[in-house]
Design a protein around this ligand. Structure first.
Ligand code: DGL
Length: 270
């Protein structure tokens, strides 16, 4: 059985890449719902329906564990899925909690009560739907007290990345960072709360300046998955090579993925 990695589009490849580098023998099945991206401008109901349908496809591909490598899906759908629609022998993990555990310097899976943490001012960059859900602030409040979060809804960046227009994506990052810095001039840390954004991490870092610690999910999620697999070795898939599926146009998605990962990636159309 393989492990499934789901995103609305190409952003989850940042997570795929790190997991694949850490565990090259682990077969992964990547699902990009490119026909319906971006999710960040959709409402929660729509995101829930699209996410559950994609995850069902990954169950049918033999995955026992699926990572929602999409903050928007994790924010809008994960809790409801966990309450309603996950078969008992399957697991779905989101990308928020590992990020917050890293930000608040907790061990993976440490569910002890909230406590004071070193970081006090945090800038959060994410899609409009993720910001509207306030899921980040909710999960943070379970783990930390006294942290001021300033959220910036970053319209347009995902669309530009999906189209391969990195010049536009870079300009949008700079504009969203300036807007954030007007509201919070001195954040200590910045969260890239969308898995597409690590593709522009150096642009975020340069716009924020060297004193801001940027938390980007790909490494964090890969590390927490390694820890999870040590604790749940039955979820460690055996099998063949990784596969890539898209609801979009396979050749177009393959070209973009190859451009971003700088190695050949071939998607199959659903
Ligand atoms: N990579 C998704 C995320 O982490 C992008 C969402 C979208 O399609 O807008 O939120």
């Amino acid at each position: 059985m393989a492990i499934g990695i789901f995103d609305s589009g190409l952003g989850g490849l940042t997570v795929f890449d790190k997991v694949n580098r850490c565990l090259p023998d682990l077969p992964l099945v990547y699902f990009a719902d490119s026909a319906h991206a971006p999710y960040g401008v959709r409402d929660a109901e729509d995101i829930y329906e699209l996410t559950t349908s994609a995850v069902s496809y990954l169950w049918d591909q033999g995955c026992d564990l699926v990572i929602l490598a999409c903050n928007t899906a994790s924010a809008a759908a994960l809790r409801r899925m966990q309450e309603n629609s996950i078969p008992p022998d399957k697991r779905v993990l989101g990308v928020f909690v590992p990020l917050i555990e890293a930000l608040t310097e907790r061990n993976w899976g440490d569910n002890s009560p909230p406590r004071e943490v070193a970081v006090k001012n945090v800038a959060l960059f994410a899609t409009p739907a993720t910001i509207a859900s306030r899921a980040f602030q909710r999960e943070l409040a379970f783990r930390a007290i006294g942290v001021d979060v300033e959220a910036q809804s970053c319209g347009g960046i995902v669309d530009a990345i999906e189209e391969g227009d990195l010049i536009l994506a870079e300009a949008l990052v700079r504009s969203h960072v300036s807007a954030l810095l007007r509201k919070m001039p001195k954040p200590q840390s910045a969260i890239l709360g969308c898995t597409h954004y690590p593709l522009l991490e150096n642009v975020f870092q340069s716009a924020l300046g060297p004193n801001v610690k940027v938390f980007s999910q790909a490494n964090i999620v890969a590390e927490s998955l390694l820890d999870y697999l040590k604790r749940h070795p039955n979820m460690f898939g055996v099998g063949e090579l990784s596969k890539f599926f898209t609801t979009g146009q396979a050749s177009h998605v393959s070209d973009r993925a190859t451009q971003f990962l700088r190695r050949q990636v071939v998607f199959e159309a659903l």
